[in-house]
Design a protein around this ligand. Structure first.
Ligand code: FES
Length: 122
């Protein structure tokens, strides 16, 4: 409990932020998410269409593929080798800003971040 309180006070978990998901038709869906959650969890918990996440966040399916804005790259941790390899199997076009949303945890600096959903996951 003390550990969690300590993390929360440092903004690591539990801080509410806004995340904007952009569908291929330009529709923007804004959700409230918590820092410490993955981007995939923020999408799935809020019924965002187009993030399938078949493997539940185990970096085994590439159906949680999303595109970040270029300006957000400084906020993202570098992709691990297994994520980079799985992105090769993504159904939609792979772009320089492609990531697996289950591998990116939300931080307070990401408040207001805009994330685009690809046109397909299969
Ligand atoms: Fe399967 Fe992200 S949920 S790779």
């Amino acid at each position: 409990m003390l550990f969690l309180q300590s993390q929360a006070s440092r903004g690591i978990v539990g801080e509410k932020i806004e995340v904007h998901f952009i569908q291929t038709d330009g529709t923007v869906e804004t959700v409230e998410a918590e820092t410490g959650e993955s981007v995939m969890q923020a999408a799935v918990f809020n019924d965002i269409e187009g993030v399938e996440a078949e493997c539940g966040g185990s970096c085994m399916c590439a159906t949680c593929h999303v595109y970040f804005e270029e300006s957000a790259s400084v906020l993202l941790p570098p992709a691990a080798e297994d994520e980079t390899e799985m992105l090769e199997d993504a159904a939609a076009e792979r772009r320089p800003t492609s990531r697996l949303s289950c591998q990116v945890k939300l931080t307070s600096e990401m408040n207001g971040i805009r994330i685009s959903i690809p046109d397909r996951q299969y």
